[in-house]
Write a protein that binds this ligand. Structure first.
Ligand code: NAD
Length: 352
């Protein structure tokens, strides 16, 4: 079992392994960097095939949170936790309370939130043992449901409009064609905002009910999941899975802009360069999908929805700065985003 030599290890400040035999808890918490503030990141519960896979995931995801929070202008660092186990069969209130005790021992260096395999109810169990939990809805503001997806969608909408402004000189979306891949929590909210702004929607989802809903509500054109990335459109918004921008899809893309919510849209970093070479403007996923983490932080701080949305609007100037620098330096937007994040969180690597 390797930590320091795992390919995703990136000078993480702290990696904690903990277990609780009574509840079956086996967890790893990674604090990547706290230069800007306490680390915040979701708790993923997953039946990892091996401990190495869990270590790799928590190292990779916690590093990603440092970059995301830095570019979202939040006073936060990056962290993440994983619980090794099947969320369908191995959850119990006691397991999450044990998780809460472990998080509490970190004294606030790590703030937990929901992620794949965990729910608001699980966070409430954690909150019985520690105050270092985000994403708990106190029910005071009816505009808050505890679901960060509408805020994520709003940030994507802001980033997408900025990409349109950069490419076309105006951010007017009237009659712009947007192909939305995935009509889940984020994708559907994004469709609503795009529709309200006058965009023409093309949609695909594995779930035909979601597709029918979008067709009826927004007059969207439905296409198959195999076609969505290659349709004739101005913008593609990947809101389903990672890795969808790859050798295969880039060849067929007709859109001039990619701006969506899905994490890790580029299969490999080199695909950012391929998009640049093809003249396709890519709004880096982790920059424009940060609305959810802003909401988790603002909710925790007791701030209003209006204040949250105001902060999320800051995604516009940030993504604009990335586009400007990328153009000036003829570099891919993903590469420039990473360097800008490192400037902001003060990456301090030892030189040889
Ligand atoms: P979700 O599970 O609610 O929705 C995903 C949708 O994609 C589902 O409707 C699913 O049927 C569809 N889908 C799956 N495979 C597909 C395919 N091949 N083609 C078309 N559709 C397909 O998830 P979500 O919360 O809406 O998140 C969407 C993406 O955004 C994910 O990659 C997620 O990691 C990322 N993200 C979400 C948030 C958030 O606040 N929810 C925040 C940041 C990033």
């Amino acid at each position: 079992m390797n930590v320091f030599s795992d390919i995703a290890f990136d000078d993480h400040e702290q990696v904690v392994f903990a277990s609780d035999p009574k509840t079956g808890l086996k967890t790893i918490i990674a604090v990547h960097n706290t230069n800007l503030g306490p680390s915040l990141g979701g708790c993923r519960m997953w039946p990892y095939a091996s401990e190495q896979e869990a270590i790799h995931d928590v190292l990779r995801l916690s590093r990603g949170m440092t970059y995301k929070s830095a570019l979202a202008n939040l006073p936060l660092g990056g962290g993440k936790s994983v619980i090794i186990g099947d969320p369908r069969s191995q959850k119990s209130p006691e397991l999450f309370q044990a998780m809460g005790r472990v998080i509490d021992q970190l004294g606030g260096r790590y703030i937990v939130a929901e992620d794949v395999g965990t729910s608001p109810a699980d966070m409430e169990q954690i909150a019985r043992k520690t105050q270092h939990v985000g994403g708990i809805n106190d029910g005071k503001d009816p505009a808050r449901t505890g679901d960060p997806s509408p805020f994520t969608a709003f940030g994507v909408f802001i980033g997408l409009k900025e990409a349109v402004r950069f490419k076309h000189g105006t951010n007017d979306l009237a009659d712009m064609r947007v192909a939305v891949q995935g009509l889940g929590n984020v994708g559907y909210h994004l469709c609503q905002m795009l529709h309200d702004a006058g965009a023409k929607l093309i949609v695909a989802d594995l779930n035909s009910n979601s597709v029918n809903k979008a067709v009826n509500a927004f007059g969207a054109t439905a296409v198959s999941v195999d076609e969505i990335l290659s349709v004739d459109t101005d913008i593609v918004a990947p809101c389903a899975l990672g890795g969808v921008i790859n050798d295969h899809s880039i060849e067929k893309l007709k859109a001039g802009i990619i701006a969506g919510a899905a994490n890790n849209q580029l299969e490999h970093d080199r695909h950012g360069q391929m998009l640049l070479d093809a003249g396709i403007l890519y709004a880096p996923d982790y920059v424009i999908n940060a609305g959810g983490v802003v909401e988790v932080f603002y909710c925790r701080e007791g701030k209003s929805v209006a204040e949250t949305n105001k902060h999320i609007e800051g995604i516009g100037p940030t993504v604009r700065e990335i586009f400007d620098r990328a153009k000036q330096q003829n570099l891919s937007t993903g590469f420039v985003a990473d360097r800008l994040a490192e400037e902001r969180f003060g990456l301090n690597r030892k030189t040889a």
